[in-house]
Design a protein around this ligand. Sequence first.
Ligand SMILES: *Cc1c(COP(=O)(O)O)cnc(C)c1O
Length: 357
Amino acid sequence: MAKLALRNISVTPVTKVFSGHPIIAQMLIDAGAEMVADSRVENIQRLTKAGVLVPKMLIRTPMLSQVTSVVKWCDISLNTEIDVIEKLSCVAKQLNVTHGIVVMIELGDLREGVMPELIIGFIKQIIDLPNIIIKGIGANLACRYGIATDEKNMSLLSNLADDIEAKFDLKLDIISGGNTASIDWAINHTSTTRVNNLRIGEAIFLGFDSLTQEKIEGLYTDSITLTAEVIESKLKPSLPWGSRGTNAFGEKEYTSERGAVSQAILALGRQDVCITGLSAPDGMTIMSSTSDHLIIETSGKPLLVGQTVMFNLDYSALLSSMSSCYVYKYFNKHIASKVSNNAMNEKGKVNATIALP
Ligand SMILES: *Cc1c(COP(=O)(O)O)cnc(C)c1O
């Protein structure tokens, strides 16, 4: 955040991977964030109800069917459709509030955004809508095709900001240049730019650059762990027996004869987490998973029933486990006590535990 501040780029933390957990949001606000963002209006509602007071930005273009909640709960939303913005305007007028929008521009990753050559016409159609404030423009890269943030696409975004301001009597406050994958460009670029904001999730929580899958210097990559309990541990043959079809998920797992193996079952399954995003401790190999079971083989000492095993998580594992109501979210005591409003801790039932920084 400090490195980006030096480049006049503010960071809007994105809480979606934590389902809008208020403690996480409060930690980030205590660390200096002036606004928080999430992709789901339900998560933004959760933040507000828990007492998170800073402005909130919805970073997925609103569903037409949710426009009323978007106006009620979100200060700003990212937008790409005239119909949606017109309805936002209509609802905001009825409720006698204003709603800020950031218009997203397509820069090549082919997810959301108005095509750059159509942006002037687009702004023309929304500029006079009542109760809508055009706060800025933005872009999202690296999510669908992994298109990198570079000098070319960022200077286009920057120039479009100038063009829009020149054409209309408008000051764009927010020029939002993307997500975690834009950090490298933001810190190292040499040109002058209008880009003054990034929306960041992954880098803050996992310390990885999503584009290169490399660790970001100075950040922790192990602040979040997932712990599960051993419910069976036995020496078993490595080959199944009996006539064989596909498994419960329509898959046919490959296996080879390795003699007897030390196999453990953990109370963790596909209902809890995206298994492919877990990394097991040394000496343990994740072999397979079902809805409720994770099967691992150990090369060292066999695991004991009741023992716990701790995993590191990637983005999809974090996202899925935070979204599972079976995974108990537990905060490191230091953090929970440091957060200014720690009454916000929420408890749930579990079979696995996720420990947050
Ligand atoms: C998820 C998301 C982000 C944050 O992405 P990270 O890779 O987690 O930094 C930013 N902007 C939009 C529109 C998103 O959907």
